[in-house]
Design a protein around this ligand. Structure first.
Ligand SMILES: [Zn+2]
Length: 333
């Protein structure tokens, strides 16, 4: 029971205020409900549902997801039906990113502009279903390029719509678990989204003495910074053109999430193709979560400035990641 209370406490402890805080908390509780379904934990479901009462309203995108998972959990565990937060309108929280985030965005755009990437041929390729078996195989296949990689991560099939999931990786009593929800993806996407990005999260959870803290709040900001740092490294280092193309699209999309980028991006880098592409995109999921959006872009550079050393990052992972960062020439970039 103590562990359940700790998990709910972590999900509610987010470094933001006002509506951003409530949206972020709603998102965290939705993830905990997913975790309760994956681990068949009725106490966790019950506590997460009760905690939703502290969130009076949140942006409809998050309340909708929370409602769907709450209903699933209430049905699965035969719990009483409670009312969730009231859905509110979509309102961007901030239009200005911090100087650190803007400086990191310029560095990332410069790296992206520095490698010419051909058109992706991924669309022609056969696609694969993201089953637990396929993901586990891919996590092992990609492990040689991950720092301090751990083999044989546990993946569990959960037949809920992928739109109801956010990260899907959890620290459970039995170790890290990834939730496989049914999707059709190309091979390069499988490699980048799961083998590389999710793999980095699972390795971190495996090696951390306090893995639950990495799922939420400040810990999550660090976790996303590390996973994106490896994406940036692989963008520079990979010889697989399809993989590079997927990495490029993903990193441009991270830029597009930043608050106000349409205003300050072109001013900072008028000639940058990557910046122009980011400005042309928009990401409603993150427009209300600017702190988290900033972590994907500024996190890699800020953490690299500290050689990825941080209280929540195991030494071996920090050292190996920094070695990779240095090997592609990013030190002092
Ligand atoms: Zn992530």
């Amino acid at each position: 029971m103590r562990r359940v209370a700790e998990l709910v406490g972590l999900a509610m402890d987010v470094p933001a205020r006002g509506v951003e805080r409530r949206d972020w908390q709603a998102r965290g509780l939705a993830e905990l409900l997913l975790q309760s379904l994956v681990t068949d934990d009725d106490q966790l479901a019950n506590s997460a549902i009760r905690a939703t009462r502290a969130i009076h309203s949140a942006t409809w995108r998050f309340t909708e997801r929370l409602d769907a998972l709450r209903t699933l959990a209430e049905t699965a565990f035969d719990l009483p039906t409670l009312r969730g937060p009231t859905p509110g309108p979509d309102r961007p929280r901030a239009q200005v990113a911090s100087p650190t985030v803007r400086a990191a965005a310029v560095r990332l755009a410069r790296i992206l502009d520095g490698r010419s990437v051909g058109a992706s041929v991924a669309a022609r390729e056969s696609r694969v279903v993201t089953t637990a078996t396929a993901l586990r195989t891919e996590l092992n296949r990609v492990s040689p390029v991950r720092p301090a990689a751990v083999a044989d991560h546990t993946c569990v099939n959960l037949w809920v719509p992928p739109g109801l999931t956010w990260s899907g990786w959890f620290a459970t009593d039995d170790g890290p678990v990834f939730t496989a929800t049914p999707r059709l993806v190309g091979r390069p996407q499988l490699a980048v989204w799961f083998g590389l990005h999710v793999g980095t999260h699972l390795d971190l959870l495996s090696r951390s003495p306090n893995p639950a803290g990495l799922q939420f709040g400040r810990g999550l900001l660090i976790a996303e910074g590390l996973a994106t740092a490896l994406e940036i490294i692989r963008f520079a280092a990979s010889a697989e053109s399809d993989e590079v193309s997927v990495l490029q699209a993903g990193l441009i999309e991270r830029l597009a999430r930043l608050p106000g980028i349409a205003t300050w991006g072109p001013v900072a880098m008028p000639e940058s193709e990557s910046m122009a592409e980011a400005v042309a995109l928009s990401n409603p999921e993150f427009s209300t979560l600017p702190t988290l959006a900033g972590a994907y872009v500024a996190g890699p550079f800020v953490l690299a400035g500290r050689r990825f050393r941080c209280r929540t990052v195991p030494d071996q992972l920090a050292e190996e990641l920094f070695e990779l960062w240095r090997s592609v020439g990013f030190v002092g970039y």
